[in-house]
Design a protein around this ligand. Structure first.
Ligand SMILES: [Zn+2]
Length: 222
Protein backbone atom coordinates (compact mmCIF):
# COMPACT_ATOMS: atom_id res chain seq x y z
CA UNK A 1 0.00 0.00 0.00
CA UNK A 2 1.40 3.39 -0.92
CA UNK A 3 1.68 6.14 1.64
CA UNK A 4 -0.81 8.99 1.70
CA UNK A 5 -0.07 12.72 1.71
CA UNK A 6 -0.33 14.38 5.14
CA UNK A 7 -2.40 17.26 3.74
CA UNK A 8 -4.73 15.80 1.13
CA UNK A 9 -4.60 12.00 1.33
CA UNK A 10 -3.45 11.53 -2.28
CA UNK A 11 -0.61 9.11 -3.00
CA UNK A 12 2.62 10.43 -1.56
CA UNK A 13 5.68 10.86 -3.74
CA UNK A 14 8.16 12.13 -1.15
CA UNK A 15 8.48 13.07 2.49
CA UNK A 16 8.87 16.28 4.44
CA UNK A 17 10.57 17.09 7.70
CA UNK A 18 8.53 18.67 10.50
CA UNK A 19 9.94 21.04 11.58
CA UNK A 20 12.32 21.57 8.65
CA UNK A 21 15.90 20.40 9.11
CA UNK A 22 17.22 23.97 9.15
CA UNK A 23 16.07 24.34 12.78
CA UNK A 24 18.39 21.57 13.95
CA UNK A 25 22.15 22.03 14.39
CA UNK A 26 24.02 19.54 12.23
CA UNK A 27 25.48 17.41 15.03
CA UNK A 28 23.78 14.03 15.45
CA UNK A 29 22.86 14.80 19.06
CA UNK A 30 20.37 17.43 17.80
CA UNK A 31 18.94 15.27 15.04
CA UNK A 32 17.64 12.19 16.81
CA UNK A 33 14.73 10.59 14.92
CA UNK A 34 13.58 13.71 13.10
CA UNK A 35 9.91 13.60 12.21
CA UNK A 36 8.97 13.15 8.56
CA UNK A 37 5.57 12.84 6.92
CA UNK A 38 4.61 11.54 3.47
CA UNK A 39 3.73 14.23 0.97
CA UNK A 40 2.26 14.40 -2.54
CA UNK A 41 3.80 16.44 -5.35
CA UNK A 42 1.45 19.37 -4.80
CA UNK A 43 2.05 19.60 -1.06
CA UNK A 44 5.76 19.14 -1.20
CA UNK A 45 6.29 22.72 -2.33
CA UNK A 46 9.77 23.94 -1.69
CA UNK A 47 9.32 26.13 1.35
CA UNK A 48 12.96 26.10 2.40
CA UNK A 49 13.27 29.90 2.07
CA UNK A 50 10.21 30.38 4.27
CA UNK A 51 11.52 27.87 6.79
CA UNK A 52 14.85 29.69 6.94
CA UNK A 53 13.08 33.02 7.34
CA UNK A 54 11.02 31.75 10.28
CA UNK A 55 13.97 29.91 11.82
CA UNK A 56 15.98 33.16 11.73
CA UNK A 57 13.20 35.03 13.51
CA UNK A 58 12.78 32.42 16.17
CA UNK A 59 16.52 32.19 16.83
CA UNK A 60 16.76 35.97 17.15
CA UNK A 61 13.93 36.15 19.62
CA UNK A 62 14.70 36.70 23.31
CA UNK A 63 14.32 33.97 25.94
CA UNK A 64 15.70 30.96 24.10
CA UNK A 65 18.34 28.47 25.22
CA UNK A 66 21.98 28.09 24.13
CA UNK A 67 21.03 25.89 21.17
CA UNK A 68 19.28 28.87 19.57
CA UNK A 69 22.43 30.96 20.01
CA UNK A 70 24.42 28.16 18.45
CA UNK A 71 22.06 28.18 15.44
CA UNK A 72 22.15 31.95 15.40
CA UNK A 73 25.90 32.28 15.23
CA UNK A 74 26.32 29.22 13.00
CA UNK A 75 23.45 29.41 10.54
CA UNK A 76 21.38 32.53 10.92
CA UNK A 77 24.19 35.01 10.40
CA UNK A 78 25.43 32.98 7.45
CA UNK A 79 21.99 32.80 5.90
CA UNK A 80 21.54 36.55 6.26
CA UNK A 81 25.00 37.36 4.90
CA UNK A 82 24.58 35.10 1.92
CA UNK A 83 21.25 36.51 0.90
CA UNK A 84 21.08 40.29 0.47
CA UNK A 85 17.38 39.91 -0.37
CA UNK A 86 16.65 38.14 2.90
CA UNK A 87 18.74 40.66 4.81
CA UNK A 88 16.81 43.56 3.29
CA UNK A 89 13.49 41.95 4.14
CA UNK A 90 14.47 41.09 7.70
CA UNK A 91 16.01 44.38 8.68
CA UNK A 92 13.76 46.87 6.99
CA UNK A 93 12.19 49.21 9.51
CA UNK A 94 14.42 47.93 12.32
CA UNK A 95 14.21 50.11 15.39
CA UNK A 96 15.67 50.44 18.85
CA UNK A 97 13.34 49.34 21.66
CA UNK A 98 13.66 48.57 25.35
CA UNK A 99 12.56 45.46 27.19
CA UNK A 100 12.30 45.05 30.93
CA UNK A 101 14.15 42.25 32.74
CA UNK A 102 12.91 40.55 35.95
CA UNK A 103 14.42 43.31 38.05
CA UNK A 104 12.67 46.02 36.09
CA UNK A 105 15.83 47.24 34.35
CA UNK A 106 15.20 48.52 30.86
CA UNK A 107 17.51 46.84 28.38
CA UNK A 108 18.01 48.08 24.84
CA UNK A 109 17.41 45.67 21.98
CA UNK A 110 16.22 45.75 18.38
CA UNK A 111 12.76 45.21 16.99
CA UNK A 112 12.28 44.05 13.43
CA UNK A 113 9.29 43.99 11.18
CA UNK A 114 7.96 40.52 10.59
CA UNK A 115 5.93 39.18 7.69
CA UNK A 116 3.35 37.51 9.90
CA UNK A 117 1.46 35.84 7.06
CA UNK A 118 4.62 34.16 5.85
CA UNK A 119 5.58 33.29 9.41
CA UNK A 120 2.19 31.77 10.23
CA UNK A 121 1.94 29.69 7.08
CA UNK A 122 5.30 28.02 7.81
CA UNK A 123 4.25 27.33 11.41
CA UNK A 124 0.84 25.96 10.39
CA UNK A 125 2.52 23.64 7.93
CA UNK A 126 4.49 22.13 10.84
CA UNK A 127 1.25 21.74 12.79
CA UNK A 128 -0.50 19.79 10.02
CA UNK A 129 2.52 17.52 9.71
CA UNK A 130 2.70 16.85 13.46
CA UNK A 131 -1.01 16.06 13.59
CA UNK A 132 -0.63 13.56 10.76
CA UNK A 133 2.44 12.06 12.38
CA UNK A 134 0.53 11.62 15.65
CA UNK A 135 -2.92 10.50 14.46
CA UNK A 136 -2.22 9.16 10.92
CA UNK A 137 -4.91 11.35 9.44
CA UNK A 138 -5.19 14.87 8.07
CA UNK A 139 -6.08 17.67 10.51
CA UNK A 140 -9.39 18.71 8.97
CA UNK A 141 -9.41 22.24 10.31
CA UNK A 142 -8.37 25.70 9.27
CA UNK A 143 -5.75 26.75 11.77
CA UNK A 144 -4.37 29.91 13.22
CA UNK A 145 -1.46 30.74 15.46
CA UNK A 146 -1.21 32.29 18.86
CA UNK A 147 1.98 33.57 20.46
CA UNK A 148 3.02 36.16 23.00
CA UNK A 149 6.58 36.12 21.65
CA UNK A 150 5.73 38.49 18.81
CA UNK A 151 4.64 42.06 19.50
CA UNK A 152 3.65 45.14 17.55
CA UNK A 153 6.08 47.98 16.85
CA UNK A 154 4.98 49.76 20.04
CA UNK A 155 5.72 46.52 22.00
CA UNK A 156 2.07 45.75 22.65
CA UNK A 157 0.63 42.35 21.91
CA UNK A 158 -1.99 41.29 19.45
CA UNK A 159 -5.26 39.97 20.87
CA UNK A 160 -4.29 36.32 20.57
CA UNK A 161 -0.95 36.90 22.25
CA UNK A 162 -2.56 38.79 25.11
CA UNK A 163 -5.12 36.02 25.52
CA UNK A 164 -2.38 33.40 25.67
CA UNK A 165 -0.48 35.38 28.24
CA UNK A 166 -3.60 35.81 30.34
CA UNK A 167 -4.14 32.07 30.72
CA UNK A 168 -0.48 31.10 31.03
CA UNK A 169 -0.79 30.78 34.79
CA UNK A 170 -3.50 28.15 34.35
CA UNK A 171 -1.61 25.95 31.93
CA UNK A 172 -0.82 22.65 33.58
CA UNK A 173 2.70 21.44 33.23
CA UNK A 174 2.83 18.39 31.05
CA UNK A 175 5.24 16.13 29.31
CA UNK A 176 6.15 17.36 25.84
CA UNK A 177 6.75 15.09 22.84
CA UNK A 178 9.79 15.35 20.59
CA UNK A 179 13.16 13.62 20.49
CA UNK A 180 15.26 16.79 20.42
CA UNK A 181 13.66 18.96 23.10
CA UNK A 182 16.58 21.40 23.15
CA UNK A 183 15.53 22.34 19.60
CA UNK A 184 11.82 21.61 19.42
CA UNK A 185 9.07 20.00 21.46
CA UNK A 186 5.29 19.89 21.15
CA UNK A 187 2.14 18.61 22.72
CA UNK A 188 -1.43 18.16 21.53
CA UNK A 189 -3.78 19.26 24.29
CA UNK A 190 -7.33 18.03 24.60
CA UNK A 191 -10.00 20.67 24.80
CA UNK A 192 -13.53 20.15 26.10
CA UNK A 193 -14.41 18.44 22.84
CA UNK A 194 -13.83 14.70 22.39
CA UNK A 195 -12.95 15.30 18.74
CA UNK A 196 -9.19 15.10 18.21
CA UNK A 197 -9.52 17.66 15.43
CA UNK A 198 -10.55 20.23 18.04
CA UNK A 199 -7.31 19.87 19.96
CA UNK A 200 -4.82 22.66 20.32
CA UNK A 201 -1.13 22.25 19.65
CA UNK A 202 1.48 23.78 21.90
CA UNK A 203 4.95 24.09 20.38
CA UNK A 204 8.18 25.30 21.89
CA UNK A 205 11.35 26.09 19.98
CA UNK A 206 14.72 26.17 21.75
CA UNK A 207 13.00 25.85 25.16
CA UNK A 208 11.84 29.43 24.79
CA UNK A 209 9.88 30.64 21.78
CA UNK A 210 6.38 29.34 22.24
CA UNK A 211 3.61 29.25 19.70
CA UNK A 212 0.21 27.60 19.82
CA UNK A 213 -1.81 26.45 16.84
CA UNK A 214 -5.54 26.27 17.28
CA UNK A 215 -8.48 25.41 15.03
CA UNK A 216 -10.46 28.35 13.75
CA UNK A 217 -13.91 28.49 15.20
CA UNK A 218 -16.51 27.78 12.58
CA UNK A 219 -19.47 30.06 12.68
CA UNK A 220 -22.51 28.52 11.07
CA UNK A 221 -24.87 30.96 9.51
CA UNK A 222 -28.34 29.92 8.51
ZN1 LIG B 1 -1.13 16.46 -0.88
Amino acid sequence: MSKKCYRCGKDATSKEHAPAKCYFPEEAEYRKNLITVPSCKEHNEDTSKDDEYVRNWICMSLGNNGTAYKQFFGKVIKSIQESPGLKAIMFKNAKRVFVEDEKGNKLPTWAFELDRVRFDSAIIKIAYALFYNTYKETWHKDLHTMTDFLVYGDMTQDEQGALLQSFRGQIHEHHFDGNNPQVFKYKFLQTESEDIHEQVLRMQFYEGFEIWVIPKIEINTV
